[in-house]
Design a protein around this ligand. Structure first.
Ligand SMILES: C[S@@+](CC[C@H](N)C(=O)[O-])C[C@H]1O[C@@H](n2cnc3c(N)ncnc32)[C@H](O)[C@@H]1O
Length: 280
């Protein structure tokens, strides 16, 4: 289990919202502009941040299936979407109204490594945010082959790309980042994780399968107003690096203290929209 906490996902939601690349979103929306109704499957949905971000850009009747292996996060997603809605029409399935749109949500608990095919069933658009760094090269290959076979478009947001810069810099930044990336490559349930190489791997694999691929940068640009997120990032990185044993404990402690007080940082992500040629 990867064990993401709803509290961490809520903390990053604001930064995720503003980071999303508008040109990639426009490319995705062009395909669906004429559609009033759409069925979307959001993979590794966590607490449902992605549908909250995308729903305002899609048609007036949306049917979402949110997939995750964590029952607690699926329950958080249901609660957060209900709180976000203007009105609740029904509970089973969850039917909501938001800004003049009618949205239904189904929640599917499923391990995406074991049962990818069921997750993709019935989708017209597949979305996923902050997910692909967890999966392996083999899974990306299997996933893209399956998308290609089904001629399904993919809108993948906020895939970590390994680039980080912190202000002010610290002497241990490079050693800490290298060790953090080694930790990221540990198996997260899909085999050795692609980590910071995942965005490049996803793009290359989609292109090889004949998709038309749009790519845009979606970095977090965090400043003094993001102190809580900066502190959480610093703690998470320091803990991960400590587990690798690659950096001296005193260096980690010094880096952690400096990073908690950092004025800002940029954390690299990539957005991708990929469509099978000839659709749209
Ligand atoms: C970084 S979180 C992103 C959550 C959400 N997409 C967001 O943007 O807030 C990664 C998500 O992947 C899910 N996940 C990890 N391994 C999974 C698996 N094998 N099957 C299904 N979901 C998985 C986690 O439960 C978590 O919700």
């Amino acid at each position: 289990m990867t064990g993401f906490e709803a509290q961490w996902l809520a903390l990053r939601e604001g930064a995720d919202f503003v980071a999303r690349d508008a040109a990639v979103r426009d490319a995705a929306l062009r395909i669906f502009a004429h559609r009033d109704e759409i069925t979307v499957v959001d993979l590794a949905c966590g607490a449902g941040s992605n549908p909250r971000a995308l729903a305002p850009f899609l048609g007036s009747r949306q049917s979402w299936r949110l997939v995750d292996h964590d029952a607690g996060l699926l329950a958080s997603a249901r609660a957060a979407l209900t709180a976000w809605a203007d009105a609740v029409e029904g509970e089973e399935p969850l039917a909501l109204h938001k800004n003049g749109r009618r949205l239904t949500f189904a929640f599917q608990r499923l391990d995406l490594n074991a049962d990818l095919a069921s997750a993709l069933e019935g989708a017209e658009l597949v979305t996923a945010a902050a997910f692909f760094d967890l999966v392996s090269r083999d899974w990306i290959e299997r996933f893209c082959a399956e998308l290609s076979r089904r001629r399904l478009p993919l809108y993948a947001l906020l895939t970590y790309d390994g680039r980080e810069s912190w202000t002010p810099p610290h002497a241990a930044d490079a050693a800490m980042l290298d060790a953090f990336h080694r930790h990221q490559a540990r198996d997260k349930g899909f085999g050795a994780a692609a980590g910071p190489r995942s965005s490049a791997m996803l793009r290359e694999t989609l292109e090889r399968h004949g998709f038309e691929v749009h790519v845009g940068a979606s970095p977090w640009r965090l400043g003094p107003g993001d102190a809580e997120l900066i502190a959480a990032l610093s703690e998470g990185a320091a803990e991960a690096v400590a587990q690798t044993g690659l950096v001296d404990a005193a260096v980690i402690a010094d880096w952690r203290a400096a990073r908690r007080a950092a004025r800002g940082c940029q954390i690299g992500h990539v957005d991708i929209f990929a469509s099978p040629r000839g659709i749209g």
